[in-house]
Design a binder for this molecule. Sequence first.
Ligand SMILES: [Zn+2]
Length: 395
Amino acid sequence: MTAAEDEVGTCEFTGARAHKDQLKVSEASGKTFRGDQGQVSDLSGMSGHASEFVRCEFSGTVVLATEAERSAVSGEWVRRDWLVASDKNPSRRAARSETVRCAVSNALLLEDEVGRSVVSGLVVDRELLVPSALSGELALATELFTCEESGTRVLPDETASCSATGKRVRRDLLEESGISHKLYLRRLLRRCPETGVLGLENELETCQETGLAVAPEALATCTVTGRRVVKRLLVECAECSQPLLRSVATMTSRGELAHAQHVATSDFTGDLLLSSSLGRCSASTLLIEQEDLVGEFAGPLVAVAEAFGGPESTDASMMAAATGVLSAIGVRPKRVWTRPTKRDDLVAVLAEVPRRLLTPPRRYAFLISTGSGQVVGEIARVEPTPRGIRFSDAR
Ligand SMILES: [Zn+2]
């Protein structure tokens, strides 16, 4: 069954048709609507169609749209009697819970009109805050520190003092000295050309050879000249390991660098060698290479001292030279043995001098320069003992 045409009306909000008994008139707009879609304002008590109402997010109540406004802060609906205007911009309104009182001016401001000082934590009118020139963080102008070097304003904890000038400045203008580990204005620091370390001019030392201003750790003292110089000019003595200037070091025949007093010339080879690689033959008193010593004696001298059982030298010039050498101690040899040395012009000689009947002959060992025929070093007396050859002073 359908209702008669004159008993039917139209909801002006939805366009739906309904029986007139079921329709009501909005007190807000005077328009007709279906009664079951009605709503009543919690603020004014006026009724209307549900679409004419909004929900105030702050009070949780439902009011007519004409009784509310959108918050300038959040954009949410706020019922009229819950709205507060900014003291600074009265045209801007928001819910009371979206407002803050400026700690400096005491003005009531909307949340988006204030900021917090990172220094004091105070919430104030955003326009009273100034950004730090270093970090951009906000604080009240009176809370910022003016850098004594640049004049820019930064947060107090973004500053430190220069240990040279005493100026309190923004931290990014300071750098630590690698020498004293104190903070200084970067413009006062110099870089050590040897180590790359930064230091204040008066923390650097001057190399006495190059004149360079360097970090103290770049210098060492030459044990010959006593001069403080950059380490790269020094070498380590191959004998004692102490540093000395390369320019005053002596190079051995083997290419080692050492103190002049730590090298000597071998009487055998003429080579300049480290003291520790030389030794003195107790019999000839010659300074020779350690490897040419047998015990405390020169190897060729020991070899020739043991040669008397073998063939004698047939070289007449050797006999003549030995005779000449031994004349110095008043004896004359009858037999001569020789052994070579490393040096072509140096020969080890054993000379035997006969004595009275039944008395054993005397033997002498020495080294002769074949060029000059002269003895090199001392003449040693040779005596066989059960424990081997014994050398003693011939004079
Ligand atoms: Zn040395």
